[in-house]
Design a protein around this ligand. Structure first.
Ligand code: KG4
Ligand code: ZN
Length: 344
């Protein structure tokens, strides 16, 4: 079964063709980073206009690279939230029209489910129960999956997302855009012990996160520090360690408690070198496999949406009628819900 996956949730226009939810035949990502760089962040209006320009050619290229035509496609999966509303509207509007014209089912995919399913595109299939740490520019969540499409939220951030604080601190340090990868690279050469960032205490929950305190502390240290090259490296290393320590702090406990048979990282921040190393060490200690997508599947892409769409289609059937196809809506704050198994 061939699924065309489309993601326009933020600032990347992505289209991919995936076979049977596992085999990536093409994965086109038209990045808008250069467009937004000078503003130091994504400008929603510019992002949606750009999606309009490049979505059709990106899809044509995805089909071409996969060596197929629209006639060969069995279903279209599209991100319908969460994300920037204007950007989502472009992708969903296009996917609806295409599915309607091609008379194939339309499958709506939650962006976080998409990130999680990037781990189903690797050589080894994860087993359930699977504990997922989803860390991106907008999300930091611990999600347990007992089976396909069953998502149980065990922990989430109370304030900023991990990627968001990486980007903010990197920006104030005068690093590139988006800041996460730059800060990560700089931290590799620094001493994390010079400026320690202790774990915050979060009232009422053992598994939730809070990153705004770490962010403020890093910004205060930056303001007071001597701003030498060595200082900047050490600050980056200490800050990165603080974020990663916090992200992994609840994981051991949760894996033991839930009997998880795998630990999976996903989302843009899963590209972080320290997070990957520390997660590997933890998984080894607990004797369970670690799943991390390759770099190009960590950040936003259409292949992960196509994969999630395939598994969702198998469970739920996707849109049944052409009317259902045309009625699909998108939402900037869409909550992650488990897929309802089709019993009809
Ligand atoms: O998943 P993603 O592409 O977009 C969202 O859905 O948000 O994640 C982008 C985020 C950005 O905040 C970016 O700085 C961060 O992922 N990121 C990293 C690294 N690579 C990307 N953060 C820390 N270390 C990295 N190596
Ligand atoms: Zn994302």
């Amino acid at each position: 079964m061939l699924i065309l996956g489309i993601d326009t949730s933020c600032d990347d226009t992505s289209c991919a063709v995936v076979k049977d939810g596992r085999q990536v035949l093409s994965n086109i990502v038209a990045s808008q980073t250069k467009l937004h760089e000078k503003f130091g962040g994504v400008v929603p209006e510019i992002a949606s206009r750009r999606h309009l320009e490049v979505l059709v050619p990106a899809c044509q290229e995805a089909l071409q690279q996969a060596g197929v035509t629209l006639k060969d496609i069995d279903g279209i999966a599209v991100t319908n939230g969460p994300g920037l509303l204007g950007s989502l509207l472009v992708g969903v509007g296009f996917a609806k029209a295409l599915a309607y014209a091609a008379k194939v089912p339309l499958i709506d995919v939650h962006h976080i489910a998409g990130h999680i399913y990037a781990n189903f595109l690797g050589e080894t299939l994860p087993e359930f129960p699977l504990l997922n740490l989803v860390v991106s520019g907008g999300h930091s969540e611990l999600i347990l999956m007992e089976s396909h499409g069953q998502f149980r939220l065990l922990g989430e951030t109370r304030d900023d997302a991990a990627g968001e604080v990486f980007d903010k601190v990197a920006r104030e340090m005068g690093l590139g855009y988006p800041g996460g990868p730059y800060l990560d690279r700089l931290a590799e050469t620094g001493d994390p012990a010079r400026i320690p960032f202790p774990l915050p205490k979060i009232r009422g929950s053992r598994y939730d996160y809070s990153f705004s305190g770490i962010k403020t502390r890093a910004l205060l240290e930056l303001e007071a520090g001597e701003k030498s090259e060595v200082f900047m490296r050490d600050l980056a290393a200490g800050f990165r360690k603080g974020v990663v320590d916090q992200l992994l702090n609840p994981v051991e406990d949760l894996i033991r408690q839930t009997g998880a048979r795998g630990f999976a990282l996903s989302g843009g921040v899963a590209a972080n070198r320290l997070l990957r190393r520390e997660s590997q060490a933890l998984a080894q200690k607990l004797n369970i496999p670690l799943f991390v997508p390759p770099m190009e599947l960590c950040t936003d892409n259409g292949a992960m949406i196509a994969s999630a769409g395939y598994y969702k289609y198998k469970l739920t059937g996707g849109s049944r009628s052409q009317l259902e196809t045309l009625l699909l809506e998108c939402s900037a704050g869409l909550p992650l819900r488990s897929w309802e198994v089709d019993v009809g």
